[in-house]
Design a protein around this ligand. Structure first.
Ligand code: AMP
Length: 218
């Protein structure tokens, strides 16, 4: 199975991607996570990406596409792309790479969420600096304030979850993400999932789409 997850920041793509990857045995590729690792390690790619990320803007297509092509070359089985593509240009590059390799996409899951709900979710999001577990100060608070329930590591706000940056990220999502979704709709690949529900409910909706006989056969 080869999947793309679309949706605004805050729709829960990362959470669902982790669960879907484990349920279906897929390699989870998150371009945001790859950039954040590179920023933390101070690589050249990280230095290039950081200024765009902190402004809530997209990293230029050529940089992202090169990085994803290299990542996909190292993956044999199924995969799930989380945070890529984000523009029609990236989708075209992905389509070309996958058709060259004879591995077209199976489905695109579009997680729908109202902008104001997305904003509230992101403003309260806290991530463990050690293990990456995600909490929410209001909707999913950790037992001890600022401390990860999983590994005891310190919780922090992602630098691009500051309110101004989040507003810009949501605006960018509509500018480039709405046409992108239309592009995939024209190809008959999109399955819309209402993401305004608990993680378990959203996961069950995604499973229902993927377990439909036509998809399970691939
Ligand atoms: P995410 O974790 O998916 O919300 O990504 C965080 C940030 O990384 C985004 O706001 C962008 O600056 C950058 N980024 C991640 N994926 C892409 C992409 N496919 N194209 C351009 N920029 C990206």
């Amino acid at each position: 199975m080869r999947l793309v997850l679309l949706g605004p920041p805050g729709a829960g793509k990362g959470t669902q991607a982790t669960r879907l990857a484990s349920r279906y045995g897929l390699t989870h590729v998150s371009t945001g996570d790859i950039f954040r690792t590179n920023v933390a390690q101070g690589t050249e790619l990280g230095r290039e990406a950081e200024r765009y990320m902190d402004a809530g803007e997209l990293v230029p297509d050529e940089v992202v596409v090169r990085m994803v092509r290299e990542t996909l070359e190292g993956i044999d089985g199924g995969f799930l792309l989380d945070g890529f593509p984000r523009t029609v240009g990236q989708a075209e590059a992905l389509e070309a790479a996958l058709s060259e390799a004879g591995r077209p996409l199976t489905a695109v899951l579009a997680f729908d969420l109202d902008d104001e709900v997305a904003l509230r979710r992101l403003a309260g999001r806290r991530t463990c600096e050690r293990c990456g577990a995600v909490f929410h100060v209001e909707f999913d608070p950790p037992e001890g304030e600022g401390v990860c329930d999983v590994c005891g590591g310190p919780l922090a706000q992602r630098s691009d979850d500051a309110e101004e940056t989040v507003r810009r990220r949501i605006a960018v999502f509509h500018e480039t993400g709405d046409p992108l979704r239309g592009w995939y709709e024209e190809r008959g690949l999109v399955h819309a999932i209402d993401a305004d529900a608990t993680p378990d409910e959203v996961f069950a909706r995604a499973e229902a789409v993927l377990d439909a006989p036509a998809k399970a056969a691939r």
